[in-house]
Design a protein around this ligand. Structure first.
Ligand code: PBG
Length: 324
């Protein structure tokens, strides 16, 4: 009761540092990168100021810059030269992501953890995350599973440290786990995009990766933004199937989901601060409407406070510089 209690007593100077409950460290950051086979020099994504598509030949330099800033991990998205119905440039040993992984590993070895996004949407001509039945327009779940499983194995063979399936196909974690194990990659962890919502915040990513759908959308396999209990079920299934790290995506509009999953499962939990969340802050800052650095810090701190152990964010390098 006031006046015995005065909350402001703990809100000044060093006391504030002592009682702070959440902290943000460079070790929490995962840097997402678009590696593009069709370009020769870095090319900025117009809806994501400061984020570039990077050619395979320059990827090791970019990774080195991140490593020098102390960033422990990056996640790769590939943009291939050729797209087809099945997305077959997702799983070749000399395709874009596989080459990029080798470049980074040759340069940095254990100094950079390489995570690969495992999905077909950047590789299919129709932009969907799986095999499509053209008569019905349906994205076929079961025929997609062996394709993503072999994609994951090809990433591991190239040297990826973690594979991160993002396609939201039912049974994908089990399919990948068994294919990895069969190929002697039983020590490669799976980071599952467990609660991935059918979100409009992915717009700029689809510009960056050229992965927009030419018909339909992803709402038949990604989660309904209205649902929260469903995220528990989705995630429980992924954990049973062998997920080592669970992810919530997007992050800021879904802080309640991060909190619920962390509380429910006590698993290593990642949150993806997606392209649209990044673009909003950048655009407001460019207009002089928000203080970019402060808003970036507060946003990432909030994601940690909600329960995330790690954050995939396009702000990774900026945040690392600020923390230095
Ligand atoms: C699918 C994938 C997407 C993102 C990451 N992996 C796009 C989608 O589901 O359409 C979006 C990430 C972002 O918006 O930053 N491979």
């Amino acid at each position: 009761m006031f006046p015995e209690h005065r909350m402001r007593r703990l809100r000044s100077g060093k006391i504030k540092d002592l009682v702070r409950e959440t902290s943000l460290s460079v070790n929490d950051l995962i840097y997402p990168v678009f590696v593009n086979e069709t370009i020769n020099s870095a090319c900025e994504v117009s809806s994501m100021p400061g984020v570039c598509n990077i050619p395979v030949t320059k990827i090791a330099d970019d990774a080195k810059e991140a490593a020098d800033l102390g960033i422990p991990a990056m996640i790769l998205f590939g943009i291939p030269e050729n797209k087809d119905e099945q997305g077959s440039s997702a799983w070749g040993d000399d395709d874009v992501v596989q080459r990029a992984v080798r470049e980074i590993k040759n340069e940095l070895g254990r100094d950079m953890l390489v995570i690969t996004d495992v999905c077909l949407c950047e590789y299919t001509s129709h932009g969907h995350c799986g095999v499509v039945d053209h008569e019905t327009g349906e994205i076929l779940n079961d025929p997609t599973l062996p394709l993503i499983a072999k994609t994951a194995v090809s990433h591991a063979r190239a040297g990826a440290d973690i594979v991160a399936p993002s396609g939201m196909m039912d049974g994908m974690i089990a399919a990948i786990r068994s294919e990895l194990d069969e190929n002697n990659f039983n020590n490669i962890p799976i980071m599952s995009y467990a609660a991935k919502y059918s979100s409009s915040f992915y717009g700029p990513f689809r510009d960056a990766a050229g992965s927009g759908c030419c018909f339909g959308d992803r709402s038949t396999h990604q989660m309904d933004p209205a649902n929260s209990d469903e995220a528990i079920m989705e995630t429980a299934l992924d954990i049973e199937e062998g997920a080592d790290i669970i992810m919530v995506k997007p992050a800021l509009p879904y802080l309640d989901i991060i909190y619920r999953l962390k509380t429910e499962f006590r698993m290593p939990t990642a949150a993806y601060n997606v392209s649209g969340e990044y673009a909003m802050i950048k655009a407001a800052a460019q207009n002089g409407w928000l203080d970019e650095k402060k808003v970036m810090y507060e946003s990432l701190l909030s994601i940690k406070r909600a329960g995330a152990d790690m954050i995939l964010t396009y702000f990774a390098k900026d945040m690392a510089r600020m923390l230095k």
